[in-house]
Design a protein around this ligand. Sequence first.
Ligand code: DAH
Length: 365
Amino acid sequence: MIPDNILEKVGRNLHLQQGHPLNLIKQKIEGYFASVFDSDGFDQFSFFDSFDPYVSIKDNFDDLLIPEDHVSRSSNDTYYRSPDIVLRTHTSAHQNLLLKKGKRYFLVTGDVYRKDTIDATHYPVFHQVEGVWAGSADFWPTTPECDIPKTVEEFLQSTLEGLAHHLFGKDIECRWSDDYFPFTDPSWELEIKFNGEWLEVLGCGLIHKQILTNCAKDPSRPGIGWAFGLGLERLAMILYGIPDIRLFWSEDPRFHDQFKDKTPDDKISFVSYSKYPPVYKDISFWAHPGPYHENTLHQITREVAGDLVEEVKLTDNFTHPKHGKTNHTYRITYRSMDRSLTNEEINQLQNEIRTRVEQLPVELR
Ligand code: DAH
């Protein structure tokens, strides 16, 4: 059920490769938590980075209170190995087990997998860091003036603003807004202003009381804590100026030579090597609403064309007033990161995509 182009990514572990930009960012984040939670008299954080990416749906969804009908559980969104085992869709999948083992302060880094649209910032495999700080109920002084959730919220926000400053510099502006995640309550997102633009960098919140209760040795004393999750590619693209997410998977020395001898403290600005010309191809078909799911074309294109596909973009979408079918026109952009493409090879790929689309419940035009 999981296609080869995804299976071959399992075990690549870009986040563990020395001199890879994702490893540099991971080290920078771990370095921050190691220093902050050492000098302030807090208990130290543990760092995990080698858990198996195949997890149970209990760990990935149920124990995180993700509703039965949540879209992320659908096989249009998630890679199922069997009805019970998925490629983790987020590193939050390891939260419950670690808490049950009595770990209270930790980061988990790993590769995560999602069926998604195709463009310069989305790829079906990416890397996340999950962070958890879970204090026991009597961690904070219980004087009447001390509003514990408020104190924990402020602690979370100051810790994560500190992380943003550690990564992007002291002068960076931060902004908080309310968000929603099933496993935190309340939840927020943190944005930073970078080159004049507000960019979302992470999601976080106070760990849902039900989760702390389920994981506590004594469920009548669940304690209180916070958690956050962030995507490493996104941070690395902002911080190092990497323009396309496929570059992380490239084996081109023109990419790797720019990072391989660097340390997490070095300032690095990626210099794009020549950009090769794109080739555009359109594909159009009629589809009945329902049986056709948009991610399907993205999956097929990725399976056939691999990293030669840069973007799949819906350029036209109208429903015929008489027969009620919807026309979908997509523009596929092909471009290699490291060489020029020939028309011949792209025609071949496009024909293969058309052949596979013909097998869907759609009418090619
Ligand atoms: N798991 C979330 C995601 O993949 C990220 C996240 C958000 C993790 C909030 C957290 C959290 O632990 O508190 O989008």
